[in-house]
Design a protein around this ligand. Structure first.
Ligand code: NAD
Length: 473
C-alpha cells in the first residue's frame, strides 16, 4: 500500500530527526521523549452552512510541553489530517528551540477549503473551533497560543481572540491567547511580513558566508542572485518583495496554483500581486512567458529556489531535475527525506524550514510579550533616545562649528518605533541562529547538511531543558 502524502511528511520529519540524533550524545530515552507528540485533540463539530449542517473535522496537536505555552499556527486546508498536524507541530518544537523562543511546539488544522466558504461561514467555523479548544483547555496565553498558517491570517486570529474574550472576559492577559492579530486588535507591527522577512535575513546570511558560496561556485552576497518562488501567499509574497527591495535579487519565475511564469529580466512582485488581484491569475503578466504548468518553475536553472506553498513539493520524482544551487525552505516540509538525500549528493545547499521560516514565530513571541506587558514596544524609550541623540548632535555642531542638515538631523535623532524594534529583534535572531547552525555544520564531522546541523542545535537545547527539569518517576 502506498503512503498518503501526510504520512510521508511525518515520516520525513522523523527520519530527519533520527539522522540528526546520531550526531549527538543525547540518551535514547530523552530522544524518544523529544520525538513523541505529547497530545493531539481530534474534533468533529457541526456548523450551519446555508440550510445544511456540515460536520467539520479539525485538530490541535501539542508536540512538546518541555516549555509552556505551546505555540503554532492553524491551517485551513482540505488535506489536513492527524499526521500532518503532528508533523507540523514537531517542526514547531525544533523551530522554537533553534531561534530561542520559550515555547513548546503545536499546530492546528481545520479540514476545509476556505475558498468554498463565505466570510460569514468561515467566521462561524473559526469561532466554533476556538470554542472547542477552550472547552478542552487547549488554548490560553499560558497554555497554547495559535497563530496564522496556510489558509488563515489576521482576520481569523481576530475572531479567535474575540471568541476567547467572550468566554474568559476577566483574563487580563487574554490578548496573549493568539498571535498574528491585526495591529488594531492587540497585534504587533511587522507580524504580517515576519516570516518572509526572516527568510530574507536567513538567505542573506548564507549568501554572505564565503565558504558556502565558494562551495557552490557563486559570488558572495544576495545581490543579483536569480530566484524562483513557488507560492505567492503571505510567506512567498513578502519573501519576494523584501528580497527584491532590500536584497537586490532578480526573481526569474513565480509559480502559483494556476500555473507559472518566467522572465529573465525579472518579475516585480508587488506589480504581479496587483495584476493577480485584478485578473485572478499570474498568467499573462506583461513581460513574462507562461510555462507549461505550475511544476515547471521548480525545475528551472537558478541560484535560489524558494518553495513557499506546502509540503512534499520536491520529491524523489522531481529531485533529479532540480537545477537550483540553493533551496530555501520558506514553506514547512517542501523537500521529502528521499529527495534531500539526492539533493545533498548533488551538492545543493538546503536551508531548512525549521530555521528559515522561524521569523513568524519569532515575531509572534514579540507580540505575546507585548500582550503580557500591555504596552507597545518603544513607548517608554523613543522620546528619551531621540532627545539624547539631539543633545549629541548639538554638541557635535558646537565642537565642529558646523551645522548638520535637516535630513541628516532627522535621521540621527530618531528614536526607535515598534516596527524598528521588531525588525531589529528579528534580524538579530535570524543572524545568531544561522551562525549557530553554520558553526555546528562546520564542526560536526561528516554531517550531511544544514538540516541535520539545525536539528542538532535544537535537540541539544531541548535535551538541556529536560535535564534541568528532571524526569518525574
Ligand atoms: P498562504 O495560504 O498565505 O499562501 C500559500 C500560497 O501557495 C497560496 O497562494 C496558494 O495558492 C499557493 N499554492 C498552493 N499550492 C501550490 C502549488 N502546488 N504550486 C504553487 N502555488 C501553490 O500560506 P502561507 O501562510 O504563506 O504559508 C505557506 C507555507 O509557509 C506553509 O507551508 C506554512 O506552513 C509555512 N509557514 C507560514 C508561516 C506564516 O506566518 N504564515 C510561518 C511559518 C511557515
Amino acid at each position: 500500500m502506498t503512503k498518503s502524502s501526510n504520512a510521508t511528511f511525518l515520516d520525513s520529519v522523523n527520519r530527519n530527526f533520527d539522522r540528526a540524533a546520531a550526531y549527538t550524545e543525547i540518551p535514547q530515552g530523552i530522544l524518544q521523549q523529544i520525538k513523541a507528540c505529547n497530545a493531539v485533540y481530534e474534533i468533529r463539530f457541526p456548523v450551519r452552512i446555508g440550510d445544511k449542517i456540515e460536520v467539520i473535522e479539525a485538530y490541535r496537536a501539542q508536540h512538546s510541553h518541555h516549555r509552556m505555552p505551546t505555540k503554532g499556527g492553524i491551517r485551513y486546508n482540505e488535506n489536513v489530517d492527524k499526521e500532518e498536524v503532528e508533523a507540523l507541530a514537531a517542526l514547531m518544537t525544533y523551530k522554537c528551540a533553534i531561534v530561542d523562543v520559550p515555547f513548546g511546539g503545536a499546530k492546528g488544522g481545520v479540514k476545509i477549503n476556505p475558498k468554498e466558504y463565505t466570510e460569514d461561514q468561515l467566521e462561524r467555523i473559526t469561532r466554533r473551533y476556538t470554542t472547542e479548544l477552550i472547552r478542552k483547555n487547549f488554548i490560553g496565553p499560558g497554555i497554547d497560543v495559535p497563530a496564522p498558517d496556510y489558509g488563515t491570517g489576521p482576520r481569523e486570529m481576530a475572531w479567535i481572540y474575540d471568541t476567547y474574550l467572550t468566554f474568559k472576559g476577566g483574563d487580563i492577559d487574554a490578548a496573549g491567547c493568539v498571535t498574528g492579530k491585526p495591529v488594531s486588535q492587540n497585534g504587533i507591527r511587522g507580524r504580517n511580513e515576519a516570516t518572509g522577512r526572516g527568510v530574507f535575513y536567513g538567505l542573506r546570511e548564507l549568501c554572505d558566508t564565503g565558504d558556502a558560496m565558494k562551495k557552490l561556485g557563486l559570488e558572495k552576497g544576495l545581490k543579483g542572485k536569480k530566484v524562483v518562488i513557488q507560492g505567492l501567499g503571505n510567506v512567498g509574497s513578502f519573501t519576494g518583495s523584501i528580497m527584491q527591495n532590500e536584497g537586490d535579487i532578480t526573481i526569474i519565475a513565480v509559480s502559483e496554483y494556476e500555473g507559472s511564469i518566467y522572465s529573465d529580466k525579472g518579475i516585480h512582485i508587488e506589480e504581479l500581486m496587483a495584476y493577480r488581484k485584478n485578473t485572478g491569475s499570474i498568467l499573462g503578466f506583461p513581460g513574462t512567458t507562461n510555462l507549461p504548468n505550475k511544476e515547471a518553475a521548480l525545475e528551472l536553472e537558478c541560484d535560489i529556489l524558494i518553495p513557499a506553498a506546502l509540503e512534499n513539493q520536491i520529491t524523489a520524482d522531481n529531485a533529479p531535475r532540480i537545477k537550483a544551487k540553493i533551496i530555501g525552505e520558506a514553506a514547512n516540509g517542501p523537500v521529502t527525506a528521499d529527495a534531500e538525500a539526492m539533493l545533498n549528493k548533488a551538492g545543493i545547499i538546503i536551508v531548512p524550514d525549521m530555521f528559515l521560516n522561524a521569523g513568524g514565530v519569532t515575531v509572534s513571541y514579540f507580540e505575546w510579550l507585548k500582550n503580557l506587558s500591555h504596552m507597545r514596544f518603544g513607548r517608554m524609550e523613543k522620546r528619551f533616545d531621540s532627545n539624547t541623540y539631539s543633545n549629541f548632535v548639538g554638541l557635535i555642531e558646537k565642537m565642529t562649528a558646523k551645522q548638520i542638515g535637516d535630513r541628516e538631523r532627522e535621521f540621527l535623532t530618531r528614536g526607535a518605533d515598534e516596527i524598528d524594534l521588531v525588525r531589529s529583534g528579528l534580524e538579530e535572531t535570524m543572524v545568531t541562529s544561522f551562525q549557530q547552525i553554520w558553526e555546528t555544520y562546520k564542526t560536526k564531522k561528516d554531517i550531511d547538511g544544514l538540516r541535520s546541523a539545525a536539528f542538532v542545535c535544537a535537540l541539544e537545547k531541548i535535551s538541556n531543558d529536560y535535564s534541568s527539569l528532571g524526569i518525574f518517576p
